[in-house]
Design a protein around this ligand. Structure first.
Ligand code: ADP
Length: 333
């Protein structure tokens, strides 16, 4: 039971770790991606070589880190974890790459945030397992080649489009993770309740599944809040407990969170439903455009509240209905 830590962050991380599936067969949903990975890993095993480099793309919480761990686990290779923001100079990457053991799986989360100079070093490393290290400065500078151990790079990004083409092209394949269907989320939740030894009603699981933004990480978090609620109130983890807990934490019936609602509110009320440009929208809610585009928007598009048009983002009629605002052009549609 990893919940005894005093720091919420640590408990939250330990909790995630405890619920992480360890094998491809335990990994729920993403059938297409699982099949692709399985083939790639099997072929590499048959030829006794390192699996091709893999790029995992999709919004946060859909299982990219988990899949990277599974790749290492299933191919029986050690795993090294790093992230784009931790690689701010080519030297950081050189140190990392040159310390890998043969066959190691290198996971770089948020790979689109790596320094430019490191990106260029990575091209050669991925292709030839070699890097060029610059020695000296100015006219006397020379580059010294350094052989690397073969490795498999698993990169994760919230959107493949954020990566420069030459980097994207060097991955053997790109897995696009999709939001999960409700029945898949129910499976994630059923598995998590089992691991947490939580006795929870089927209807309660279904309700959480429908209100977690199609995202396993959020599903597991909401499950934890429901467990807290049932514990504190001495009730069963049933449908009323779910409704009360989710209301307490401001999760709306569609599962929209505070930022989702802020974006919709600005779009509907300040910009009359749009079209409005991404940057304007981002500035208005005080978030980075990248966050709006790769975290908030994909889900709002998927549930049909926002449309992306060449002129900008527009609210759909469903959005007006959901937020109870009269549609300005109701007549003309
Ligand atoms: P990402 O790296 O894409 O942000 P993670 O791999 O960290 O997402 O997943 C977040 C949490 O969600 C994990 O702790 C894991 O328990 C759960 N999870 C994600 N995908 C699945 C899945 N397909 N099946 C079961 N649990 C999952």
């Amino acid at each position: 039971e990893p919940l005894s830590g005093t720091a919420i962050g640590d408990a939250e991380i330990a909790f995630e770790g405890a619920l992480r599936p360890g094998t491809l067969s335990e990994f729920v949903g993403q059938q297409k991606v699982r099949g692709q990975l399985e083939l790639l890993l099997r072929a590499a095993a048959l030829q006794d070589r390192t699996p091709d480099h893999i790029l995992l793309a999709g919004p946060p919480g859909l299982g990219k880190t988990t899949l990277a761990m599974i790749v290492a686990q299933e191919s029986e290779r050690p795993l090294r974890m790093s992230s784009g923001p931790a690689i701010q100079h080519a030297g950081d990457l050189a140190a990392l790459l040159s310390s890998l053991v043969p066959g190691e799986v290198l996971f770089i989360d948020e790979i689109h945030r790596m320094a430019r100079s490191a990106e260029e070093m990575l091209y050669l490393a991925m292709e030839d397992f070699r890097i060029d290290i610059m020695v000296g400065k100015g006219a006397g500078a020379t580059s010294v080649p350094l052989e690397l151990s073969p490795f498999t790079l698993v990169g994760a990004t919230t959107r493949a489009g954020l990566l420069p083409n030459p980097l994207r092209d060097r991955f053997g394949f790109t897995a696009h993770l999709e939001f999960y269907a409700d029945n898949e989320l129910e499976q994630v939740l059923a598995r998590a309740s089992g691991l947490l030894d939580l006795d929870i009603d089927r209807s309660a699981l279904a309700e959480i599944a429908g209100r977690c933004r199609g995202t396993p990480r959020i599903a597991n978090r909401l499950l934890r809040r429901v467990r807290d609620y049932a514990l504190v109130h001495g009730t069963r983890a049933d449908l009323p407990a779910v409704s009360a807990a989710l209301e307490l934490y401001d999760v709306d019936p569609l599962g929209l969170d505070r930022l989702d609602r802020a974006v919709m509110d600005i779009l509907l009320r300040r910009f009359g439903g749009g079209p409005v440009g991404l940057n304007t929208l981002a500035v208005s809610v005080g978030e980075e455009a990248e966050t709006i585009e790769s975290v908030v928007e994909p889900f709002l598009v998927r549930i049909g509240l926002i449309m992306r048009t060449p002129r900008g983002r527009m609210a759909t009629e469903e959005a007006y209905t959901h937020f109870g605002i009269p549609h300005p052009h109701a007549q003309s549609r």
